[in-house]
Design a binder for this molecule. Structure first.
Ligand SMILES: Cc1cc2nc3c(=O)[nH]c(=O)nc-3n(C[C@H](O)[C@H](O)[C@H](O)COP(=O)(O)OP(=O)(O)OC[C@H]3O[C@@H](n4cnc5c(N)ncnc54)[C@H](O)[C@@H]3O)c2cc1C
Length: 394
């Protein structure tokens, strides 16, 4: 009786709507992005037009209610979308992940109606994308150590300082910027603002020259007494870090899904190559060494998929602690994607080291996954804190 009740409550199947979404995104990515990928990669070109079209399909505001222009979908669907995008192009996936999880969602949760009217509709429909600006040269994991200052005078705030490593910097319509207001040290003195690219005193000071994610723009931003109207403060003064960390809790499911998609893409390329390539008179897929690599890759991908869908599902059930499951999914999936991409290159031999193959790109793109939106070490800190304080229950 108990066993059948347990079995009846375990449902791993996707809904018809989720299957339709997955197939639609897969088709779009294969038809519209795969063919242009190598050229854009070489030219380090941002796929603005393709992202705009994905936005029209609802991929920029998936978690936003329809009344604000969003697709109002569940988090499992959101993970599926990012997985399918990253299966072809991890750069496109990060542009969408940032816009959805760490820009649109905080505006929806903490914005005034006027802010939602002004920014959320356009974000959710893909008319513009967003950027999340927490990191500074001296403040990465130690995110409360911000120095960028916001001073209140004459009915506006004036921002001075630098933000670094800003995904979508230079190509977005709104920046969610975390600043230090007042003299309060650490987390208490942080306040969030919505900054538009044409506000006086704002400029992109340079673009990062990156190992991977060459279709994604990553910028350093300079704020030189940048004037931000009072009505562009997001949430109350001093609430900024809370808004940022809550957004990152959600964002981690997105980066985990990006990792999963990348690993799936690398795995599929490896299987295809293993069947084609011949050595010692046979297909290399007949060698046990290759078979075992493929078997390990598939098993790890499947394990990550379960962790991610469960973390997404728990969020949809309204769990009070979405952070630790999201951290476990992000930690495992991002480390797994690196192992899978490594093996995919290994299976390709020297051609895996060539820019003419997809696996070379997957390998470089995978490296950042264990670093951004919280390093693996910081995920382990969140997980350990939870398991030691609360038992880290199932
Ligand atoms: C391509 C890319 C895009 C990015 N996009 C964005 C973005 O859009 N917005 C944004 O705000 N940021 C962004 N980042 C920044 C990213 O989130 C930070 O780089 C990340 O949080 C790590 O910070 P850090 O680089 O300063 O490393 P540090 O914090 O200096 O860490 C260095 C090393 O020390 C370890 N470490 C630090 N503290 C601890 C600790 N307490 N215990 C154990 N180990 C510790 C870290 O895990 C790491 O291994 C991006 C980064 C990259 C590479």
């Amino acid at each position: 009786m108990l066993a059948s009740a347990f079995i009846a409550s375990m449902d791993f199947s996707l809904t018809d709507q989720q299957i339709l979404l997955r197939d639609t995104i897969r088709q779009f990515m294969e038809a519209e992005i795969r063919p242009i990928l190598r050229e854009y990669e070489r030219e380090e070109r941002f796929p603005a037009e393709q992202i705009r079209r994905l936005g029209e399909m609802g991929c920029c505001g998936m978690l936003i209610p329809e009344e604000w222009g969003g697709a109002e979908m569940d988090t499992v669907s959101y993970a599926l979308m990012l997985e399918e995008v990253a299966r072809v192009c991890a750069s496109t996936a990060v542009a969408l992940s940032v816009t959805n999880s760490v820009v649109a969602v905080p505006i929806w949760k903490h914005g005034t109606d006027a802010q939602k009217k002004k920014y959320l509709h356009r974000l959710a429909r893909g008319e513009m994308i967003g950027a999340f600006c927490l990191t500074e040269p001296q403040a990465g994991s130690d995110s409360a150590n911000l120095e960028l200052k916001a001073v209140h005078r004459d009915g506006a705030y004036y921002l001075s300082g630098t933000k670094s490593w800003v995904t979508n910097g230079g190509v977005c319509g709104v920046y969610l910027v975390f600043t230090r207001t007042g003299e309060e040290p650490g987390a208490r003195g942080v306040t969030a603002f919505l900054v538009e690219p044409d506000f006086p005193g704002f400029r992109v000071s340079r673009y990062e020259d990156k190992m991977g994610l060459h279709l994604s723009r990553t910028a350093e931003l300079a704020f030189e007494d940048c004037r931000v109207p009072e009505e562009n403060r997001l949430g109350a003064p001093g609430q900024g870090l809370k808004i940022a960390l809550e957004a990152l809790d959600g964002g981690r499911v997105g980066i985990a899904a990006q990792s999963l998609g990348l690993a799936q893409g690398a795995f599929e390329a490896a299987v295809k190559y293993a069947k084609q390539r011949r050595a010692f008179g046979k297909s290399i897929s007949e060698f046990q060494a290759i078979q075992w690599m493929l078997a390990d890759m598939q098993t790890e991908i499947e394990a990550a998929r379960m962790l991610i869908y469960r973390a997404a599902w728990l969020r949809d059930q309204g769990t009070t602690r979405p952070g630790p499951p999201a951290s476990r999914a992000k930690l495992y999936a991002s480390e797994m994607a690196n192992r899978v991409a490594y093996k995919a290159v290994q299976i390709h031999g020297s051609s895996g080291y060539s820019r003419e193959t997809d696996v070379e790109r997957y390998y470089r793109d995978a490296r950042v996954l264990t670093i951004y939106e919280g390093t693996s070490e910081m995920q382990r800190t969140v997980i350990a804190r939870d398991l030691l304080q609360r038992g880290g229950g199932f």
